[in-house]
Write a protein that binds this ligand. Structure first.
Ligand code: FES
Ligand code: FE2
Length: 372
């Protein structure tokens, strides 16, 4: 018998204490109906990072994104108000904005030329006279909740569970303490990984458990015995003291790019990560592309961005990130293949290391249960 969606969702018990809990089942990483349920819950009723806030600072600037199959646009209107819409024309569902970012004075759908102003109101409908029971007022772009915090603008497709400041829990305080506002954007990267998006998130949240075996270079600068994880609401923070690399060892090049006293790996449910070291931040947004594929969008921020020395440091910093990303991608793709084996249905959590993975699975379950 093939289990129903409700049976699959109920098969994970999010109420058990960590030491008794079992992970979400392998079907959650493979099945199309789980992915659909996630679209309607996990990726709808919460705050999602839609794009870089610095792209929409000026009146008339916009960015577009597609998150779990939902095309969206964020626009700064002429009065300076930030707005977000479904990037879907009300006529035949073509996108009204097709560039990743830019400037506009109005939003013109390229399919049949309907135009909207920057507040989303429908202004122009060529050759549409005589259509009964049609009013422009009722056919503006469908709005989304939008707020700004840190390096991102955040949107919610359905009414969010709480204001963004509450959703982010302790992270704004941490950002302020780390003085992250002084960092400047310096580059982007995107990687496709052949695994379910949750495999990539699980890997990120495992409390450093995989670092020694998967990341030999990074392992040499982390004080693993003092690596700790704090879970709070929709967020978790992994914090590790740093130690000097052994001269001539595999960590030396990593140490040149990752300095300071501590590494901070901060996560926001469901798919946003911040990796912070002194003078350096990269953000990762993990986007589902299908049951066994995801894309990870990286943005890099550095304290110094001007001049040849800074540029060399940026290039090296991004190269180190690429290496770590590649190491993570390889293991995540192997895990995805293992999740397809009939020999594996669920696993257990390390109580010492994997509390944040369980917290992620509990949040997932809480959202998915809204559908069943
Ligand atoms: S789909 Fe936009 S004008 Fe027709
Ligand atoms: Fe990793």
């Amino acid at each position: 018998m093939i289990p129903s969606l409700a049976e699959k969702i109920r098969s994970f018990d999010p109420t058990l204490p960590l030491e008794q809990a079992r992970t979400i089942p392998s079907s959650w990483y493979r099945d199309v109906d789980i992915g659909e349920a996630e679209r309607c819950t996990v990726f709808s009723r919460i705050w999602l990072a839609a794009g870089r806030a610095d792209l929409v600072r000026q009146p008339g600037s916009f960015l577009t994104a597609e998150i779990a199959g939902a095309p969206m646009a964020v626009v700064r209107d002429e009065t300076g108000t930030l707005r977000a819409f479904h990037n879907v024309c009300r006529h035949r569902a073509a996108p009204v904005l097709t560039e990743p970012c830019g400037r506009a004075t109005r939003l013109r759908c390229r399919y049949h030329g309907w135009t909207y102003d920057l507040t989303g109101r429908l202004r122009g409908t060529p050759e549409f006279e005589g259509v009964a029971n049609f009013s422009r007022e009722d056919n503006g772009l469908a709005p989304l909740a939008v707020e700004e915090w840190g390096p991102f603008v955040w949107v919610s497709l359905d009414p969010p569970p709480c204001p963004l400041a509450e959703y982010l829990g302790p992270l704004p305080g941490r950002f302020a303490a780390l003085d992250l506002g002084r960092l400047r954007w310096a580059g982007s990267r995107s990687f496709e990984v052949r695994c379910n998006w949750k495999v990539f998130v699980d890997n990120y949240l495992d409390g450093g458990y995989h670092v020694n075996s998967v990341h030999p270079g990074l392992a040499g600068i982390l004080e693993y015995s003092e690596y700790r994880t704090e879970v709070a609401g929709f967020t978790s923070s992994q914090i590790s003291p740093l130690r000097p690399a052994e001269p001539g060892g595999p960590s030396e090049t990593v140490a040149q790019a990752r300095g300071g006293d501590r590494a901070y790996y901060l996560w926001i449910f469901p798919n946003v990560m911040f990796n912070f070291y002194a003078g350096y931040l990269d953000t990762n947004v993990v986007l589902p592309l299908g049951p066994d594929r995801c894309r990870v969008d990286y943005e890099f921020y550095f304290e110094q961005t001007e001049g040849p020395e800074a540029q060399a440091r940026i290039a090296h910093g991004i190269a180190v990130s690429d290496q770590i990303q590649m190491e993570d991608s390889v293991i995540c793709e192997e895990v995805q293949r293992g999740l397809g084996s009939r020999a594996y249905e669920t696993g257990r959590y390390s109580v010492r290391r994997e509390g944040a993975v369980y917290a992620f699975h509990q949040l997932l379950a809480r959202h998915l249960r809204e559908t069943s």
